[in-house]
Write a new protein. Structure first.
Length: 303
């Protein structure tokens, strides 16, 4: 997935392996993630994440759930964008990664016509290389959006992306890779007839929007600042952005084994829950490890 507005920088694989495995024990009776005899018999499971705080939180949830089930886990967080971490996954250097169905599908099948959640998930399973598989998707969604300030929306009568066609000189901000994405400037023009100039704002995208450096920003829908700052996410009736549900992307050889641990986690992760996790990071300044432990405990996965 691309952006909160570009929080995902390009860092070399292995440049940041975050932390060591947390010692977690004491599960409640009947806990679906409680260690069982023979669990953790495989080699160390490497869990990766994008260089994006929300993705790292979900990766940490996966990591702690796997540790609680008896696995040795190595964290390789803050890797960067798909062109950095997908080759590592395909090569078996990383085993588990939180992904987003729509954007991952577009990576492997850029001409896909799937847009809705279930059809995107089904198409993704067929599009993945043999070395990779996806487990159950979550109802949580953290997908790209085109978002504007309330002032800009009011001044230009904006409610949907197509309304931008009536505005001259629109400047779009986002991570550098957005310029080449199918939902970037070319997609805006082909789907909605909207012509924009592009400003690569990277990690500063949110501030660039607030300060008026750009008119429209590519921001993830689960970013709590959309609500706290009173921003307006433009409607996308033509499906420029594919539905992007949070899903574990895993080594295909480990899929059946890891599903028993991670599928219940995905079932418990909701859209509102993901936003709440992000609030804990952005506003409360809690660490990913603390946020993950509290979420797993609150949802009955840790005692």
């Amino acid at each position: 997935m691309l952006n909160t507005a570009g929080n995902k920088g390009r860092l070399a694989l292995g440049a940041a392996v975050v932390g060591v495995a947390l010692a977690l024990s004491g599960c409640a009776q009947g806990d679906p993630l409680s260690p069982t005899e023979g669990s953790g018999s495989t080699d160390t499971i490497v869990v990766g994440s994008q260089a994006y705080y929300s993705n790292e939180i979900v990766a940490e949830i996966y990591a702690q759930a796997l540790e609680n089930a008896g696995y040795d886990v190595e964290r390789s967080f803050q890797i960067g964008q798909r062109d950095a971490y997908l080759p590592a996954l395909e090569a078996g250097e990383v085993d588990v990664f939180p992904e987003y169905t729509g954007n991952l599908l577009q990576y492997y099948a850029p001409d896909t016509t799937a847009t809705q959640s279930d059809e995107v998930y089904a198409a993704l399973a067929d599009a993945l290389p043999d070395a990779l598989a996806v487990l159950d998707q979550s109802t949580a969604s953290d997908q790209d959006s085109y978002t504007v300030t309330q002032e800009f929306a009011d001044a230009n009568s904006l409610s949907a992306i197509g309304d931008l066609a009536n505005v001259d000189g629109v400047v779009l901000g986002g991570p550098p890779e957005l310029e080449e994405r199918p939902y970037g400037p070319s997609g805006l023009e082909s789907v909605y007839g909207v012509t924009v100039s592009f400003e690569a704002t990277g990690d500063t995208t949110f501030d660039a929007l607030i300060e008026g450096v750009v008119d429209v920003a590519n921001i993830y829908t689960a970013d709590p600042r959309i609500q706290t700052s009173g921003l307006v996410t433009l409607d996308d009736p033509e499906g420029l952005f594919l539905a992007s549900n949070v899903v574990p992307l895993v080594n295909a050889d480990l899929a059946d084994e890891l599903a028993s641990v991670l599928d219940p986690v995905s079932a418990a992760l909701t859209a509102d829950g993901l936003i709440a996790l992000n609030v804990q990071s952005v506003e409360d300044q809690l660490s990913s490890a603390q946020i993950a432990t509290e979420w797993l405990t609150a949802n009955g996965f840790l005692g």
